[in-house]
Design a protein around this ligand. Structure first.
Ligand code: HEC
Length: 194
């Protein structure tokens, strides 16, 4: 058993050395298989120009995830974009809203790129420095298991606040566990060795 973690560390180091050149050469589309997070879902809603009072209510609301799910379902007539979301996307959006609403200034930023980061953003920004994202998004785990992973010695240095970790874990519970055959070939190397 002693050799397995050693191998894993060595494999991660090899992958880390391989990553910068190969990923820089690719477009962001290589990550398109990772489901969109709440930031993008919300930005799409704003871009569809629903009634201003509906947008205001989203920006100023304070609800749990379950309450947001009910809220969004009840407002799908006014915010028509909601009708095209899958159940999982609706839940991902509700999850994001529960973490990030109300917004600090109680209003939506005019520029949607200024919306708070979502779990997918955190994963792409913080989880590819040492191994491929595949190691992360192919895992199906509970929230407690995810939070525990980041307390392992290998993950001590990750710069995410407790609130951000909670949000990332919550996003991953809903959206990770992606089957390896849905991962682009170039991201599979090393991804299945854990
Ligand atoms: C500082 C380097 C580093 C960063 C950044 C990093 N990892 Fe890792 N990760 C490792 C190493 C080394 C291993 C293999 C050794 C081990 O399992 O602890 C690993 C293994 C894993 C594994 C498989 C083994 C396990 O612990 O279950 C998962 C899942 C994982 N990382 C998730 C993440 C997530 C999610 C992030 C972003 C929040 C992340 N990692 C960021 C170094 C890193």
């Amino acid at each position: 058993m002693r050799f397995i973690p050693l191998f894993a560390v060595a494999a991660a180091a090899v992958i880390a050395a391989w990553l910068p050149q190969s990923l820089n050469a690719q477009s962001d589309d290589v990550f398109a298989f990772i489901p969109v997070g709440g930031r993008t879902l919300l930005a799409n809603i704003i871009a569809s120009h629903p009634p201003a009072d509906e947008v205001k209510a989203l920006a100023t609301g304070k609800h749990t995830r379950d309450e947001w799910v009910s809220y969004l379902k009840a407002h799908a007539t006014a915010i028509t974009t909601l009708q095209s979301l899958t159940d999982k996307e609706l839940l991902t959006l509700a999850d994001y809203l529960s973490f990030n609403m109300p917004l600090p200034a109680n209003q939506m930023p005019a520029d949607a790129s200024k919306l708070p980061m979502d779990g997918r953003d955190f994963a792409l920004e913080k989880c590819m420095g040492c191994h491929v994202i595949t190691v992360v998004v192919t895992q199906s785990r509970t929230k407690e298991h995810w939070l525990g992973t980041w307390h392992k010695p290998s993950h001590m240095g990750i710069k995410l606040t407790e609130a951000q970790r909670e949000q990332l874990a919550s996003y991953l519970v809903l959206n990770a566990g992606i089957p390896i055959d849905q991962v682009p070939e170039e991201l599979r190397a090393g991804g299945a060795s854990y």
